[in-house]
Design a protein around this ligand. Structure first.
Ligand code: 13P
Length: 260
């Protein structure tokens, strides 16, 4: 059984003060109490090592928000996959709409990152999803498949083995507009079926997350859908008490579903 994976994407937020309070509280209230969920923290690069030391001897893992496609060399300002491994990173987020929009990352570049991460033993969290305009034009499924196919242009389906696909409708990110659960389920199922048509085992090995305006009040229905195996959370992860409440609630609901 896949554990439900919650990743806290802090984006461009946090400082030592926040980390000391936030991680200490999470460790105190959460660590060792999770049996059905896994928790991972994605802080800005500069805090990865500091938080890694905090998280030693806990079950909480570390996620990076980005990586460069080069392993080393004259690439000012970049961070390599080996550097991320050195500081204990497990997952790497790529394809986030904020990087596609603000840093003009295209599908080919994102695909190269996906393959690099996978081939170097870390787990890519590939963000996909449609814009509001694309949604209005009923292009959600087409866009998601296109974003997956871009990786398949330069690799085969095996590259998706045990990876993570985070469905994050662009219009739902940071807006408070959460996607309709039936539409999320339909989209994730569509993607899963598409990958199954290429390789059933690989499709089964992928963990599907939802991201976009998740908070502790709106998670219940998402947790009841078996095709949604995790959340990628922005804003709510910055309010420690609410985030801890969300994690505990998720763990409780999933444990009850597993018993019944
Ligand atoms: P919000 O939870 O703030 O909508 O952000 C979602 C997200 O972009 C996670 O990567």
């Amino acid at each position: 059984m896949k554990k439900f994976l919650i990743i806290a994407n802090w984006k461009l937020n946090g400082d030592y003060n926040f980390i000391n309070k936030n991680i200490n509280l999470i460790k105190k209230k959460i660590n060792n109490s999770l049996h059905f969920c896994d928790l991972s923290i994605a802080p800005p690069y500069v805090y990865l090592n500091y938080i890694n030391n905090y998280l030693k001897n806990t079950s909480i893992s570390l996620t990076a928000q980005n990586v460069d496609i080069h392993l080393k060399g004259s690439y000012t300002g970049e961070i390599s996959i080996n550097m991320l491994k050195d500081v204990g990173v497990k997952y790497v987020i790529i394809g986030h709409s904020e990087r596609r929009i603000f840093h003009h990352e295209n599908d080919n570049f994102i695909s190269k990152k996906f393959i690099l991460i996978k081939n170097n033993g870390l787990i890519p969290v590939l963000c996909i999803g449609e814009t509001e305009e694309q949604k209005k034009q009923n292009q959600t499924e087409k866009i998601c498949i296109q974003q997956i196919n871009d990786i398949l242009k330069i690799s085969d389906i095996n590259i998706f083995n045990k990876t993570i696909i985070a469905y994050e409708p662009v219009w739902a990110i940071g807006t408070g507009k959460i996607a309709n659960i039936d539409e999320v389920q339909k989209t994730i199922l569509f993607i899963k079926k598409y990958i199954s048509s290429l390789n059933i085992k690989i499709a089964e090995s992928i963990l599907f997350q939802y991201g976009g305006s998740i908070n502790y009040k709106n998670i219940d229905i998402f947790l009841k859908k078996k095709d949604i195996n995790g959340f990628l959370i922005g804003k709510t992860s910055l309010t420690t008490e609410n985030f801890i409440f969300l994690i505990k609630k998720t763990e409780k609901i999933i444990s009850l579903l597993n018993v019944s």
